[in-house]
Design a protein around this ligand. Sequence first.
Ligand code: GDP
Length: 194
Amino acid sequence: SSGRSGGLNNLDNGGAPDAKNLRVKLVLLGDSGVGKSCIVLRFVRGQFDPTSKVTVGASFLSQTIALQDSTTVKFEIWDTAGQERYAALAPLYYRGAAVAVIVYDITSPESFTKAQYWVKELQKHGSPDIVMALVGNKADLQDSREVPAQDGIDYAEKNGMFFIETSAKTADNINQLFESVSVQLSCSRKLLSD
Ligand code: GDP
């Protein structure tokens, strides 16, 4: 039955016995400037256009992924729209989220520290079965890298999170990020319903 997992709802699947259509609230967290909006635009529109900043307000962008086992996952993606400065608003923002994508910039150690703050915050206040992904973005800027990939890998492993490095600019690993999250969701969904 639906509703056991925060933000994860089983929609009418049109009668196909094995099909599962999941609708998922996904929130993006991370310092301003790490590339959250660019990641969403790359995923949803296939573009890299830093000038057309998404202003979501009370709304969100959505994108559906089809998995091999005929599950579809419709992501309702919430971007902070600059609200990362107002920590007090955060619980309203990630309430009901099934997925949190926590982004840092591999050229910015400060943003990596901030990402760890968000992980702790979600461990305290998020849904207990939230799927968390740690994302090191701007992986195209290898020459300016200041956060070793291994640091991200180690931190993610300690905290039971999925880890990936992406580039919204070159599109590297952007689809893989959302596909991996989908697979994890559909697995935890199976565990719930079996
Ligand atoms: P947000 O504040 O986290 O939403 O960050 P934005 O998506 O607005 O991006 C901030 C800046 O980083 C913009 O100038 C983007 O052009 C740049 N940016 C975002 N993603 C990448 C990336 O993968 N590589 C590079 N080189 N720049 C990026």
